[in-house]
Design a protein around this ligand. Structure first.
Ligand code: AMP
Ligand code: GLY
Length: 433
């Protein structure tokens, strides 16, 4: 292929997820251009061009896409989706592998999400109610016979949810609503079980599923502390997880497919967050993008060319079937001390691809300055180990974290350990009895 035929892919976003996407694109013969609010050194080292832009400004993203003659685009995070960046790129003739604003509402508006799932009779939607008045929401909490998940309807980076009976009492949930003064909240039946993520690559009505993953939202070991964007995640060498069987995976896959049937124009990644209950998988939420960290479990074991998926989607061809290496993965995030409630920025990050050993290193919200790479107030970098078993992958990830040191950084060392995985299995076994 000469240079005029080479695909020119624009990547929007600058987190760990986007570093993983950048690497997947860089594995093929495409020119990569990236734009984001932050300068992620992992992405800039792979890209042929980088432009600092407000990634939620559709005009700025389109201007950069046009300046580099992009032939394709991938939008990583949810905030540009909500801002209509995909719509603007598509309108400018740059096919974006990402949902448009209307379809992205499946993530960006949780009240729309629940009513949409309801109206289309999609299985696994829990009981829910939507409130605009805080007093009415509080009265519902008092009257509801059972525990509830309390969710602001808009985007909160995964940090806005409070679950009664788990993190907070009903009185604390009401105080949270009164103190926060959200415009609209969704109150949902509390689902009990083990959470997992099932993502699919979607375009032209085709759905290509990926292996199930378990993320860890809580900040501290033993699933304690506040919710975060995700502290780390693992996947097995099969498409299921150790606490899940094939039938349960298939039930979640059916739910993802039925959402795409109801959204025929959907394109990009559709992310299903499920609670595996004693009664099968139930829907915690849908997202309109790869998970972060889940993209870092998925893309390193994807053996099919990601670029081939993008071009097939754009050209209206059937999406290729996806092949995955039979490898388990464990991803662990290093975050600034004090994250997420009181993060301290400015620590020097000394790890690089060489010192990460057999693990892959993905930079996230770091600040690349002339004299080194520094932490910001959000997740700093992730290491991903792969192996024949989850335990092997965990060892590889943990070795890389030891190399990275822990000055000003913190990680959840329990993610992917045999002890924590066994706890998940025991939990599901107990619920099924
Ligand atoms: P979300 O922002 O919807 O992903 O919610 C953040 C976290 O809150 C989820 O990962 C779950 O751990 C928890 N959560 C959300 N909805 C429910 C629910 N209906 N029942 C139990 N836990 C929930
Ligand atoms: N890992 C959770 C998310 O990306 O929303």
């Amino acid at each position: 292929m000469d240079d005029t035929e080479r695909e020119r892919v624009l990547l929007v976003g600058g987190g760990g997820r986007e570093h993983a996407i950048a690497r997947a694109i860089a594995e093929s013969d495409a020119a990569l251009f990236a734009c984001a609010s932050n300068r992620n050194p992992g992405i800039t080292s792979l890209a042929d061009g980088f432009e600092p832009v407000d990634e939620t400004d559709p005009d700025a993203v389109v201007a950069y896409a046009e300046s580099v003659n992009a032939t394709l685009a991938v939008v990583g995070p949810e905030t540009p989706l909500a801002a209509g960046v995909t719509d603007a790129l598509d309108a400018a003739g740059v096919y974006a592998f990402a949902p448009r604003q209307a379809e992205a509402r499946i993530e960006t508006d949780k009240s729309f999400q629940r009513s949409f799932l309801d109206e289309h009779g999609i299985a696994g939607n829990p009981d829910y109610a939507v409130f605009e008045a805080t007093d009415e929401a509080c009265a519902y909490i008092d009257e509801y016979d059972g525990d509830l998940a309390v969710k602001p309807a808009g985007l909160t980076g995964g940090k806005g949810v409070r679950v009664t009976g788990e993190q907070v009492t009903k009185a604390e949930a009401k105080r949270y609503l009164r103190d926060s003064d959200y415009d609209r909240v969704v109150l949902e039946e509390r689902l009990v079980g083990e959470e997992f993520t099932l993502q699919a690559l979607v375009a032209n009505g085709d759905v290509r599923l990926t292996p199930a993953i378990q993320d860890h939202k809580r900040a501290y070991e033993g699933d304690e502390g506040p919710n975060t964007g995700g502290m780390g995640s693992y996947s097995d060498a099969t498409r299921t997880l150790p606490f899940m069987n094939e039938t349960e995976y298939a039930a979640a896959a059916d739910i993802v497919e039925s959402v795409v049937d109801a959204l025929p124009d959907y394109k990009g990644i559709l992310y299903g967050q499920f609670m595996l209950t004693s009664d099968g998988p139930k829907i915690v939420e849908f997202n309109a993008r790869f998970g972060d960290p889940e993209a870092m479990n998925t893309l390193p074991v994807l053996e099919t060319s990601f670029l081939d998926v993008l071009t097939a989607a754009r050209d209206g061809e059937p999406l290729p079937e996806l092949d995955f290496a039979d490898r388990a993965t464990v991803c662990k995030y290093a975050v600034p001390a004090g994250y997420p409630t009181d993060p301290e920025s400015g620590a020097l990050v000394t790890v690089d691809a060489d010192s990460a050993g057999d693990a892959r290193l993905f930079y996230s919200s770091v600040d690349a300055r002339a004299d080194g790479i520094y932490t910001t107030t959000s997740r700093s970098f992730a290491v991903v180990g792969t192996g024949e078993t989850i335990a092997d992958a965990e060892t590889v990830a943990e070795r890389a974290l030891q190399q990275a040191g822990d000055d000003g950084l913190r990680a959840r060392h329990d993610i992917g350990t045999a002890a924590l995985v066994q706890r998940r299995i025991d939990h599901m076994t107990a619920l099924r009895e």
